[in-house]
Design a protein around this ligand. Structure first.
Ligand code: GSH
Length: 214
């Protein structure tokens, strides 16, 4: 059976897990904590990052690469649009989620989840407050303008953009924050729909059971 190396609180590991759940693909999760990876892991992941997908001798790092590979290897259900512009938008949203959203939310996640839940230490609330009032709002403003009134981010079907956004919404939730629906109503409603998706809700329940809030 294929193996996914990594731990789920990583947004990129969770992204691959959501994607595989949507496709109904079985795998084993091999826990590898990012940061201080074992020597042997460096052969699988030259950048020393999780996730890594392994199927026998075949190994692929990077969530975006893994998802694109899995789409080709297991086309049904399709999670990427086929029409060129829709595909372009979906790939852009995936990139934006992986880079900008993860970047602005990670300090919040690190303080509230890594510091407080995992290490049982006090979180730097001033840092969280600063992040949530300065760097996060412009990102939410952009997403509010792009979020669909109903349904999914690109086209009619749940897809890679929703997978990539979904894992960042869980990242925010682990950071103990929500999207203010009075300021960003479309985004808040979209995030709620995404978080209610079975593939995501199941992982959230698993993660919250494994790492109870402090
Ligand atoms: N672009 C990569 C990013 C992966 C990534 O940054 N993973 C983090 C964990 S969330 C990691 O392994 N960090 C360890 C390090 O940078 O040394 C992907 O999409 O998989």
């Amino acid at each position: 059976m294929p193996v996914v190396h990594g731990v789920s609180p990583s947004p990129f590991v969770r992204k691959v897990r959501i994607f595989m759940a949507e496709k109904g693909l079985p795998y084993e999760l091999e826990p590898v904590m990012p940061g201080n990876v074992p020597e042997a892991f460096k052969k699988l992941s030259p950048l020393k990052k999780v996730p890594v997908y392994q199927d026998g001798e075949f190994c692929l790092p990077d969530s975006s690469v893994i998802c694109a590979f899995l789409e080709r290897a297991h086309p049904e259900p399709a999670l990427y649009p086929t029409e060129a512009r829709a595909l372009g938008r979906a790939l852009w949203f995936e990139e934006y989620a992986d880079t900008k959203i993860v970047e602005v939310l990670t300090p919040v996640f690190s303080q509230r989840f890594i510091q407080r839940v995992l290490f049982k230490q006090a979180s730097d609330e001033a840092l969280v407050e600063q992040q949530m009032t300065t760097l996060v709002p412009p990102v939410f403003d952009y997403l509010e303008a792009e979020a669909p009134e109903d349904g999914w981010m690109v086209g009619d079907e749940f897809g890679i953009a929703d997978v990539a956004f979904g894992t960042t919404f869980v990242h925010l939730r682990h950071g103990g924050e929500t999207i203010d629906a009075s300021r960003w109503p479309r985004l808040a409603a979209y995030a709620a729909r995404v978080l209610a998706r079975e593939s995501i809700a199941t992982l959230v329940a698993e993660e919250e059971a494994a790492f109870p809030a402090a």
